[in-house]
Design a binder for this molecule. Structure first.
Ligand code: FEO
Length: 188
């Protein structure tokens, strides 16, 4: 008997096939995972755009922070692609939406980044809900890594925003903060 492993759950067809309900459930979870791949790709590209803007504005610390973050988001995307592929689906590489290229200030760039993280957390939690209610425990388990990662990332961005708010608008202070942003990941 052939089995399928979609969304990390091994299932077997009945004599009548998979059954419409299971087919729809598999499709729903797979679609949600593909959607998350697209969101991680967009996050990676957005942070690259922020790194480029920071570099042009002379914020070298923030540019390096965002470059590292862009790389991390790419890893989040690759991890999802591998999981979908190993589960019998196919990780589709999404077309990239153009990220915002210009920011009003350093604080604005980090505010946009923080909003991204909050949206990602919401999206991961929705996926977790879906897999739990569908009894797809393998995917549910796989997603726990993302739950913990989002908690860490939100906290990291919140720390950076706190630093920038303390510095205020004074350029001299912002350059000191920029230097601290470069080190914040090491301390975290
Ligand atoms: Fe992969 Fe920061 O979300």
């Amino acid at each position: 008997m052939k089995s399928a492993q979609v969304g990390g759950q091994k299932i077997y067809p009945t004599t009548q096939g998979w059954g419409e309900e299971i087919e729809m459930l598999i499709k729903k979870i797979e679609t949600a995972l593909l959607d998350q791949i697209s969101k991680e790709a967009h996050a990676s590209n957005s942070y690259l755009a922020m790194a480029s803007w920071c570099q042009v504005k002379g914020f070298r610390g923030a540019a390096s922070f965002f470059l590292t973050q862009s790389e991390e988001e790419r890893q989040h995307m690759l991890k999802l692609i591998n999981f979908v592929n190993e589960s019998g689906g196919q990780g589709i590489i999404p077309a990239l939406q153009e990220p915002l290229a210009k920011y009003k200030s350093l604080v604005h760039a980090f505010e946009v980044a923080f909003e991204h993280e909050i949206a990602t957390t919401k999206s991961i939690h929705e996926l977790v809900d879906l897999t739990f209610s569908s009894k797809d425990y393998a995917t549910f388990n796989f997603l726990q890594w993302y739950v913990a990662e989002q908690h860490e990332e939100e906290s990291l961005f919140r720390s950076v925003l706190d630093l920038i708010h303390i510095a205020g608008d004074e350029q001299r202070n912002l350059l000191i903060v920029d230097n601290e942003i470069a080190k914040i990941r090491i301390k975290a």
